[in-house]
Design a protein around this ligand. Structure first.
Ligand SMILES: [Zn+2]
Length: 316
């Protein structure tokens, strides 16, 4: 995430109250949720948040090490590059006047029925690096989302989707959503062929076991898919943080903001901030493995439903 968030506002509390009854009275889920590899999910998180990755700041040795690890994992999963190569370098002005060199990693799972329409499942792999000699491991932000995307990619490879799914691991998010913006300027596939972006940023821990899903309120086409996922999610999935002004609205707080700016539908999954947010203490052993696994499974289920019944683009 880019910015510190403020605590929950009344709107969120109301949303929670409105959705709680259905959660409480829901029948035990009898549907088969996607079965992700929980051991690999945790291994990937620990590897990415290891001190040797030096906080994965864009343009650093640590960022390059993370990329080497991720490239090997994407190859192991058996994914094809989206373009000529999985590595998609970019230059960006970033904040201030210094130019930033970043590298997105872009792979694809080809769709079986509509291979020319795309769902973009994404997470940023960069974090804030080393400050005053201290490594900021970014275990939750966002080794958790990155590892989840790998797990979802592996599941999709074994259960081929109808539409193509672009697996996007962004660089430079912490410097202003640089990777996602570079992806869209210009995009490697026509904008109108992108069904939606599903972005994950911080899905590894929450004291209350709550995961937020943003995007439903401003995008009615997404609301029914979100509601259906709430009904079967193995975590307390709460729609919200997608209306109003200020930092309680998370629309532009992570890479989905770049898609919103281009008029592409998006959905964002993430948790409330915790005291270790953007601190050296955002370490792997503070991740809650059970919650983390259930969050990744929840997003995989949302992607499965989105692929099965993608909403119509409002303007197409
Ligand atoms: Zn962050």
């Amino acid at each position: 995430m880019v910015h510190r968030r403020f605590p929950v506002l009344l709107a969120t509390l109301l949303t929670t109250a409105l959705h709680s009854p259905s959660v409480a009275t829901a029948q035990p889920a009898r549907i088969a949720l996607p079965t992700l590899d929980s051991a690999q999910l945790i291994r990937d998180l620990f590897a990415l948040a290891d001190d040797s990755m030096e906080g994965r700041r864009v343009g650093t040795r640590g960022g390059a090490r993370a990329r080497t690890y991720l490239l090997a994992r994407l190859k192991q999963i058996g994914l094809q590059p989206l373009g000529d190569s999985v590595s998609a370098p970019f230059k960006s002005a970033g904040r201030g006047s210094t130019e930033t060199n970043g590298t997105n990693l872009l792979a694809v799972v080809r769709g079986t029925r509509e291979p020319d329409r795309y769902i973009v499942v994404s997470a940023h792999y960069d974090h804030v690096g080393v400050r005053n000699g201290q490594v900021y491991p970014g275990a939750d932000d966002n080794a958790s989302g990155t590892s989840s995307v790998l797990a979802i990619a592996a599941w999709l490879t074994a259960h081929p989707p109808a539409h193509s799914v672009i697996i996007a691991l962004w660089d430079g998010e912490e410097s202003g959503l640089l990777g996602a913006r570079a992806f869209l300027a210009p995009p490697p596939v026509p904008l109108e062929k992108i069904i939606a972006n599903v972005n994950l940023d911080m899905v590894g821990r929450n004291a209350k076991g709550e995961l937020y899903v943003a995007g439903g309120a401003p995008q009615p086409s997404m609301q029914s898919l979100i509601d259906a996922t709430v009904g079967v999610a193995p975590v307390k999935l709460i729609p919200g943080h997608d209306t109003g002004t200020g930092q309680d609205n998370w629309t532009n707080q992570s890479d989905q903001g770049a898609f919103q700016a281009k008029g592409i539908p998006w959905v964002y999954f993430g948790v409330e901030d915790h005291p270790d947010y953007h601190q050296p203490t955002d370490v792997p052993h503070r991740i809650e493995p059970g919650f983390f696994f259930r969050c990744a499974t929840t997003v995989a289920e949302f992607v499965r439903r989105l692929d099965a019944a993608p909403p119509r683009r409002p303007t197409s």
